[in-house]
Write a new protein. Structure first.
Length: 275
């Protein structure tokens, strides 16, 4: 994740600095990487594209360090310079500062496009623009792999998320963060303002150090909630049907995987081929 909705790119300075404190589902887990690698391997066995030209939306270091087919030319695109400077591992791969909805790439030249939660930093019409942008740059027999963060069809009440938090029924601050964000979510156009997530958190958990001690969670991890304080940036979480609908105009879905980790049912990995 690295584009923005509704605020200067400076928002990403804090996430870049605290990136090492984040974990699944905010970052891909080993299970996600295994799914990515398997889908790429199976596609490549048929396509035999050499060299494989792959585009990564964002600078997710775990994906850059995956096992790629020999000779892969991986290019990452990210609009946030703080994220590029603070998170991108390099590893011989290239990176460009660019918006995903208007990629500075030639038509039909990418064999593979891969994103990890990328749509959730877009809103409204940008969803369709993103889908169209991906369709333009991927080659006709290429592959798009996307992990979506999806909110449930039946909204969860914020009080339910906080009740599970207090009762010890949530395994990590990272999973709680997404549950609360989705519980406060409006329409796909409106999403959820990050500052509103922090306000709800602060009202319910005014002393996060107490929660950290009770749950046995590292306090620096719990304090990553403060990255949201007063932030006007918005995240969006489509339902699974909304995610599928936005891709359907240009792509055919070929697989859908639900990871087994906490909140994995809201983090499906979908594979698409161009129509």
């Amino acid at each position: 994740m690295a584009e923005l909705t509704g605020e200067t790119h400076d928002y990403w300075v804090k996430p870049a600095r605290s990136w090492a404190l984040r974990a699944s589902p905010l970052r891909p887990a080993p299970e996600d990487l295994e799914i990515y690698e398997r889908e790429i391997r199976q596609w490549h066995e048929t396509a035999r594209s050499v060299p494989l030209r792959a585009l990564l939306l964002g600078v997710t270091p775990e994906i850059a360090a995956m096992s790629w087919p020999a000779g892969t030319q991986l290019l990452a695109a990210d609009l946030s310079r703080p994220m590029i400077r603070g998170v991108w591992p390099g590893l011989g791969h290239m990176v460009v500062c660019a918006t995903w909805v208007a990629l500075p790439l030639a038509d039909g030249m990418q064999d593979l496009v891969l994103g990890d939660g990328s749509f959730s930093v877009l809103a409204g019409a940008a969803y369709a623009a993103m889908s169209q942008s991906l369709r333009r740059v991927v080659r006709p027999r290429g592959l798009v792999l996307m992990r979506f963060y999806t909110r449930p069809d039946r909204p969860e009440a914020p009080a339910s998320a906080f009740a599970d938090l207090r009762a010890g029924r949530i395994g990590s601050l990272h999973a709680f963060k997404w549950r609360l964000a989705m519980a406060l979510h409006g329409s796909l156009e409106a999403g959820v303002r990050l500052g509103d997530i922090w306000d709800a958190w602060h009202d319910a958990v005014p002393h996060p150090e107490d929660l950290a001690r009770e749950r046995g969670w590292p306090l620096p991890v719990v304090l990553t909630m403060d990255d949201f304080r007063e932030a006007d940036t918005r995240y969006t979480f489509p339902t699974l049907s909304e995610a599928r609908a936005v891709m359907a105009a240009g792509f055919e879905e070929v697989s859908c995987h639900f990871p087994t980790y906490e909140l994995g049912e809201r983090c499906p990995i979908l594979a698409f081929r161009p129509r």
